[in-house]
Write a protein that binds this ligand. Structure first.
Ligand SMILES: C[S@@+](CC[C@H](N)C(=O)[O-])C[C@H]1O[C@@H](n2cnc3c(N)ncnc32)[C@H](O)[C@@H]1O
Length: 249
């Protein structure tokens, strides 16, 4: 029986199938598992501005790309880039939201730049001359005047939400990529991320009860604080979102 029919027949009292899934205790995988998760039937139920604002042109563009995918054309791996050894060169590399984790909180600038340089060295080795590298990463914002609450909130995020992570300054990214990549374009889209975090926060607030049942009140409160502080941080430019296109030289 389809899920909607089960829910209608039981006036919504039947537990959802996913509620019976067993936590595999692999944090990077989360609660998704193959027995109850149906990828084709899955629909996001939280707002995503990038999808909500799509135009007919965007849909056709995406559909054309996806239609061109054959099994030989992609490969999905959970792997540290340090261990990655591709058999052939890539045409392009896109890195989204990982750079924040390449340096640890408390490292000095020289150590951070050295860690970032290692990443650029690898990307350089994996691309032909002229190959593009697209990097999206949160950065430290240039508004360094903060009140106590902001300082506490940002330390809370570093401590509780993203331990073993540190945000780069834009200059560190530029320094680490020097002599390996040219910058083709760079933009700070902090307002986009304020909007994204607000959408995530709205989704969490609207689902506070089931979220609490799933992970407990403390974890929900932590995530509400993290997301609200992020909205404020990006809006007030204590945080930034850099999207940089590099060209391998
Ligand atoms: C906060 S999540 C962001 C996920 C997603 N890109 C997004 O923007 O929603 C950080 C991601 O960075 C990846 N990551 C961090 N360090 C990595 C490394 N050394 N090699 C490969 N992936 C890494 C993690 O596996 C995780 O998927």
């Amino acid at each position: 029986m389809p899920e909607w029919a089960r829910q209608t027949a039981t006036l919504g009292l039947a537990p959802f199938k996913w509620e019976a899934s067993v936590d595999p205790r692999i944090p990077s995988v989360g609660l998704v598992e193959s027995k109850v998760f149906d990828p084709e039937g899955w629909r996001p139920d939280y707002p995503n501005p990038a999808l909500d604002d799509r135009t007919e042109h965007d849909i056709r563009w995406g559909a054309r790309i996806v239609a061109g995918f054959t099994d030989e054309r992609y490969d999905v791996r959970v792997q540290n880039w340090i261990d990655h050894e591709p058999a052939v060169l890539y045409d392009a590399i896109i890195s989204i939201g990982a750079f924040e984790h390449f340096a640890d909180f408390g490292m000095m600038r020289a150590g951070r730049v050295a860690a970032y340089r290692e990443f650029f060295e690898r990307c350089h080795a994996w691309l032909p001359p002229g190959g593009r590298l697209v990097l999206q990463t949160n950065v430290k914002g240039n508004n360094v005047r903060m009140d106590r609450t902001t300082v506490r909130d940002l330390l809370f995020i570093a401590d509780k939400i993203f331990p073993e992570s540190e945000l780069p300054w834009l200059s560190e990214i530029a320094e680490a990529s020097e002599r390996r990549f040219d910058v083709v374009s760079a933009s700070n889209d902090a307002d986009d991320y304020a909007r994204t975090c607000q959408a995530w926060l709205d989704g969490l607030l609207a689902n506070r009860a089931p979220a609490t049942e799933l992970v407990g009140a403390q974890r929900v409160a932590d995530y509400e604080r993290y997301l609200a502080a992020s909205v404020a941080g990006f809006t007030n430019r204590h945080l930034g979102l850099m999207r940089i296109v590099f060209e391998r030289v």
